[in-house]
Structures are given as structure tokens and as C-alpha cells.
Design a protein around this ligand. Sequence first.
Ligand code: HEC
Ligand code: HEC
Length: 233
Amino acid sequence: MRTAFAATLLLAFAAAAPASAADLEARLAAADPGRGKKVFRKCAACHTVEKGGRKKIGPNLWGIVGAPAGAREGFRYSRAMAAFGGSWTPERLDAYLTKPRALVKGGSMSFVGLKRGRDRADVIAFLNEMGDSPAAFGPATPAAPAVSGPAEPEDFGLMVSAPGASETFDACTPCHSERIVVQQGLTREQWDELMVWMVEEQEMEPIEEGALAVILDYLAEHYGPARPNFPRR
Ligand code: HEC
Ligand code: HEC
């Protein structure tokens, strides 16, 4: 019955997106909500997900899978989102998270998007669990526990992999790519000033002090005035 629900959701949109529907179904069946929780760190710059969480730049996302779009009380949506209608099926979420403004033209979610299908499926599976009545995406009988291979190396794109890279990547790539960051060569103090500008002028949520120190240390060491890691490609 749980599978039937997922299948119904998928069928509802199969006509609109025939090619990706089957692909998404397979990705969701294999999705890992635990990994999705990590992917969500990118969203956390703008969204809380726990029940009753406050709005940030974006609305709280508790129970968003299957919920009506643009309908959270007390949040001011863009006109485009307010007029979007319908509900957040996995298909729509998959499209929205690929390229938010391609699906909701004129929307206000300035998120660069998740390029990898697996990241989208995992974060959708995570969001699905963060609600009062999760749908089942996987097979009706749970498959044997996934054999966990060697830990995946984390991918920080152009950023040097070193202590602090993970915190910096998660805090700084939700709205723009890391390229804009690694092209700078600033002192710690200048990075600190830039953070203030990012909060005051660019809608970044203030970063909590402990995490901010880690990020500033990382940036000053690897992206300081000597530009030891200026991207050549
Ligand atoms: C830079 C800030 C920002 C980031 C990062 C961000 N969002 Fe959003 N999100 C928003 C804003 C703002 C809206 C409201 C959009 C509108 O009104 O057009 C929104 C709306 C949404 C909605 C629709 C909510 C509703 O009530 O209909 C979903 C779903 C969503 N975001 C999921 C995500 C997920 C998942 C991620 C991470 C993969 C993410 N967002 C990253 C700012 C962000
Ligand atoms: C909430 C969205 C958001 C987040 C999160 C964010 N930025 Fe930005 N940032 C912007 C916007 C918007 C601009 C200006 C438009 C652009 O150039 O893309 C910008 C521009 C920049 C620039 C270019 C400044 C210049 O002189 O042109 C740098 C460097 C930068 N950000 C670094 C960071 C770092 C480092 C972090 C993480 C600590 C971060 N950003 C997090 C939204 C954000």
C-alpha cells in the first residue's frame, strides 16, 4: 500500500515528464535519507526542517513532501510561487531542486540547484522522513541492508580539501558556486568584513561564531593574499 502511494504520485506526473519519471522512481527506491540529511546542509542556510521550526530566508520545510506549494502560514512567497498551485510531489521537488527558477519562473529561491540526481533523491527521501506521514518510496519489502562501501570522499569542487573545507563549502555554495570564493585573495580580517557584507547586503544568515572561526581560518589560510590556490582551470 505504501508503494501504491508512491506509484500514484509518480503516475500523476508521468505524462508531464515521461523520461525522468522512471529514472526518479529508481533513484528514490535507492535513496539514502541519512545521506540526504548531509545534502540538506546546503539548504540549512535558508531553511529549517524540524517541526515548528522558524522561517529563515525560506519557509520551514517540515512535512513539505506532498504538501501544497506556497502555502506555509506566515511566509511571504514570491508572486510566482504563490500562484504556482498544486503540491510538492517528488517529481516537482526533483525538478525544482535541479534549477529552482526553471520550474518556478520569477520565484525567489536563489539556490544554484543540485546537479546530481542522487543528491536530489537523497534529500527528497530525507525531507519525506521529516513529516508526520512519510510516503514509502522504496520497495514494499525492505531490501537487505545496503552494503556500505568505503566512505565516499567528500567533494568540495574547486575548494582545497583541508580542515574547514566541509564547513566552508556548505556555508558558501548554496547561493553561488565556490569559484567566486576561491578567486579571492584576502586576509582573515578582509574575509571577516566580507562576511558582514554577505549578511547585511546579500541575505546570508549570520554564521554562528564557532563555525565562523573555522571558516575564516580556512579561507585565510588557503585563499589569502598570496593566492596559493588561485584556480587555473
Ligand atoms: C538561498 C536561500 C535558499 C536555499 C539555499 C534553499 N532555499 Fe528553498 N526556498 C528559498 C526561498 C526564498 C523560498 C520561497 C520561494 C518563493 O517564494 O518563490 C524557498 C522555497 C522552497 C520550497 C517550497 C516551499 C513551499 O512552501 O512551497 C522548497 C520545497 C524548498 N525551498 C526546498 C529547498 C531545498 C530542499 C533546498 C536545498 C537543496 C533549498 N530549498 C535551498 C530559499 C532557499
Ligand atoms: C544567502 C546567499 C549567499 C550565501 C549563503 C553566501 N553568499 Fe556570497 N554572495 C551572495 C550574493 C547574492 C553575491 C553577489 C552576487 C554574485 O556575485 O553572485 C555574493 C558574492 C560573493 C563574493 C563576491 C564578492 C565580490 O567582491 O564580487 C564572494 C567572495 C562571496 N560571495 C563569498 C561568500 C562566502 C565566503 C560565503 C560563505 C561564508 C558566501 N559567499 C555565502 C550570496 C550568498
